[in-house]
Design a protein around this ligand. Structure first.
Ligand code: C5P
Length: 236
């Protein structure tokens, strides 16, 4: 199964992104484009990054009625991205419609993964505001199972949950995991972090890494260190 390091391009403009990507020369990391960059630059930034030879995870977290999501996914699929996502809370009907929209005429489609509960939603908010009484871990696993049953390819989760997700939804169901830091590195606003090596040991399929690479003194070195640990199992 494909495993990879996905670099989160959390920049506010295309100019900053291209300056960053130029550092990598011929190396073409798999990258994640989020809402900030997409809303600032629009589809052209996706096309330009694709044309440079990168794989793209377009992280726009769709959540709307099934028909709207289906038609929007059709547009994203035509941008030739490799992975995109939605909120599992939109229901199985929405997830099935999304898959239909994503599937191109030749039968190919980008990978589709689900966000279960945002890590910023804690038990208190879940219970008091969203009126879900069940424990947050149970909600996350149940949403992951809904996504698997709807035919999605995986979920975004913590590396610490990757094993449990694979147990419940199967080994081939992908775990795409942020919250990765080098040993002794800045944690920033992430609460539960693991190293790239630990994420490998825990069974993550893709790690999503932002600041440990984008804010590093030498981003290329930091990316290569991530790859060595996550893809090859080196302890450095
Ligand atoms: O800089 P850092 O490595 O923390 O970046 C992680 C990336 O993964 C960011 O783009 C962040 O928005 C995203 N993400 C996350 N936690 C989630 C979902 C997405 O950190 N639960």
């Amino acid at each position: 199964m494909a495993k990879d390091v996905i670099v989160a391009l959390d920049f506010a403009s295309g100019a900053q992104v291209f300056e960053f990507l130029d550092l990598f020369g011929k190396e073409k990391p798999f990258v994640k484009i989020g809402m900030e960059l997409f809303y600032a630059e629009g589809p052209s930034v996706v096309k330009e990054i694709k044309a440079r030879g990168h794989k793209i995870f377009l992280d726009l977290k769709l959540h709307d009625i099934p028909n709207t999501v289906k038609k929007s996914m059709r547009v994203l699929s035509s941008l030739d991205v490799d992975m995109c996502n939605l909120h599992a809370a939109g229901t199985r009907a929405m997830m099935t419609a999304a898959l239909e929209g994503l599937t191109r005429e030749d039968g190919s489609r980008p990978l589709l993964i689900a966000v279960t509960q945002l890590t910023s939603t804690d038990q208190t908010a879940l219970t008091r505001e969203i009126l879900i009484e069940r424990p947050v871990d149970e909600v996350v696993m149940s949403y992951a199972k809904n996504a698997a049953d709807a035919g999605l390819d995986g979920v975004v989760c913590s590396p610490l949950e990757a094993g449990k997700v694979h147990e419940k939804c199967g080994d081939r169901f992908l775990t795409v995991t942020p919250g990765v830091r080098f040993a002794g590195g800045e944690v920033g606003d992430q609460k539960r972090v693991t190293t790239p090596l630990k994420a490998r040991e825990l069974g993550s399929d893709y790690i999503v890494v932002g600041r440990p690479i984008t804010a590093a003194e030498d981003p290329v070195k930091a990316y290569e260190r991530c790859c060595r640990q996550f893809l090859l199992g080196y302890d450095d």
